[in-house]
Design a protein around this ligand. Structure first.
Ligand SMILES: NC(=O)c1ccc[n+]([C@@H]2O[C@H](COP(=O)([O-])OP(=O)(O)OC[C@H]3O[C@@H](n4cnc5c(N)ncnc54)[C@H](OP(=O)(O)O)[C@@H]3O)[C@@H](O)[C@H]2O)c1
Length: 445
């Protein structure tokens, strides 16, 4: 990957701090890094990858020369910073809810709807930290059966509100144990030794904004605009990790074993489900990890087509920072970032090859072995390493970019069986998506 000029807005916050860690851990290719926070933090020095950076305030030149801006501050800051970054030619990846439901703004969980990135116009939103794990598990399960209805109750950590709320939980807990008062600031009631069935403010329909975000965002990510979803969001005295109790109704019964199998195949999802040994996902075990953890998988005794399960995910990592960086990595891979685009232009000048092999290949009536060799030689990213196996796409035909690609999956599964069939989206150099008529899984060497 080419080195990128990166700006991080909100670098000192709960998400921003984790973001800088994830940036290091994933060896994200940074050429130049600018850290931005509120005027309170200006001049503060932060070490990233062994180099010290001085925190700056947001200004008219903040995004000059930037390729990518990660914006993780308050929504009011996003409203100003994201359009400013996009206007300066950078791509803004925004953590706030401000742009999520705008038609022109892709709302992306890379494991689920990375093709939506192709439609970006300078701003990409990451979903709410409760939406991301829900969308991932639902996407895994819909590979096996059509989803008819979803109900979910969340158990959300205070870090979802930011650094000040984390400090408030610590201080309030200490005060309560000492028999002292510690008046609430982050929430309308004390959070220590308590549960608050309110996350964000209330809407006229009786739901909270957080609950309604989950409904709308999940529908947008899954491209299921009419999916019936109901959500109850609860704040709990946990520092990090959001948990969710999910109930799903399908168009047919799904056994716990089948659900486990589908969830195990989903990139980024980890099944931990040995209830007889009291092993299931928990915030203390999941904090600091990248995976969306699923356990307590069982058929719902109250509905013949129902399934119940429990999900835990680190809201600061997959719920925010990690998802943002994965989006940037995917955009760089697809040459959707300024640095990637200029690199692609110069490499096209230097080589005749460019698009030719892909076009020629699409017309060829080739065998699996020929396809496999061709992909390996010409386009290694079409040979995806997917959880311990290589996925080779063969016998494909080229169709226009299809936002409802997921709906085609059941037809392919019906034809070939889903045990050996996976449905990755494949973007070709000419920006069309190959609709694989058959995908074969072969063991990775
Ligand atoms: N926490 C989560 O789990 C989570 C998950 C998904 C999305 N998000 C979203 O991510 C964003 C940040 O959340 P957070 O939890 O990290 O909040 P936070 O801990 O309160 O941090 C806020 C950050 O924004 C900076 N900031 C405040 N005013 C600013 C200004 N005028 N100019 C530039 N920077 C300013 C703060 O700088 P100072 O340190 O100088 O005050 C701090 O770095 C929010 O939009 C939130 O909705 C959060």
């Amino acid at each position: 990957m080419a080195g990128l000029n990166v700006v991080v807005v909100g670098a000192t916050g709960a998400v921003g701090t984790v973001f800088l860690k994830v940036l290091e851990q994933r060896k994200f290719p940074v050429m130049d890094l600018k850290l931005v926070a509120s005027p309170r933090s200006v001049g503060k020095r932060i070490r990233v990858r062994g180099k010290e950076y001085t925190v700056e305030a947001l200004g008219p030149d903040t995004f000059k020369g930037a390729d990518i801006a990660f914006v993780s501050a308050d929504g009011s800051i996003s409203k100003v910073a994201c359009p400013q970054a996009a206007q300066a030619g950078a791509v803004a990846i925004d953590d706030s809810s401000v742009f999520r439901m705008e038609t022109d703004v892709p709302l992306v969980v890379p494991e689920v709807n990375d093709d939506d990135l192709e439609r970006h116009k300078g701003i990409v939103s990451i979903p709410n930290c409760t939406t991301t794990p829900l969308a991932m598990t639902l996407h895994a399960l819909r590979q096996g059966a059509e989803i008819k209805r979803v109900t979910v109750a969340t158990y959300q950590a205070v870090s979802g509100t930011g650094r000040a709320a984390m400090d408030e939980l610590t201080e309030q807990s200490r005060a309560a144990l000492d028999g002292r008062e510690h008046p609430p600031k982050a929430y309308p009631h004390p959070i220590a030794f308590n549960l608050l069935p309110q996350v964000d403010s209330f809407l006229d329909n009786g739901y909270t904004r957080e609950e309604w975000k989950m409904v709308q965002e999940t529908r947008k990510i899954l491209h299921l605009p009419d999916l019936p979803i109901s959500s109850t969001c609860v704040r709990v005295p946990v520092q990090v990790c959001h948990s969710e109790a999910v109930h799903v109704e399908f168009d047919r019964p799904m056994t716990a074993a089948e659900a486990r199998e589908l969830l195990s195949r989903m990139p980024g999802v980890k099944v931990l489900d040995r209830p007889e040994q009291s092993e299931y996902p928990m915030p203390l075990q999941a904090a600091g990890t990248d995976e969306t953890w699923v356990g307590r998988i069982r058929q719902d005794a109250s509905h013949p087509n129902g399934l119940a399960f429990w999900v835990v995910s680190d809201n600061l990592r997959k719920g925010a920072a990690l998802n943002a960086i994965q989006i940037a990595e995917e955009m760089q891979r697809r040459e959707l970032l300024p640095a990637g685009r200029s690199q692609a232009r110069s490499s096209q000048k230097n080589t005749e090859a460019g698009r030719q092999p892909a076009k020629a290949h699409a017309q060829a009536n080739s065998t699996f072995e020929e396809d496999f060799r061709w992909y390996k030689a010409h386009k290694s990213e079409l040979l995806l390493k997917y959880g311990g196996v290589y996925v080779a796409i063969i016998g494909g035909r080229v169709v226009d970019s299809d936002p409802d690609f997921g709906k085609l999956a059941p037809r392919v599964f019906a034809k070939y069986g889903h045990r050996d069939t996976l449905m990755p989206h494949v973007t070709r150099e000419d920006r069309t998506i190959e609709m694989p008529s058959l995908i074969t899984v072969i063991p990775a060497q």
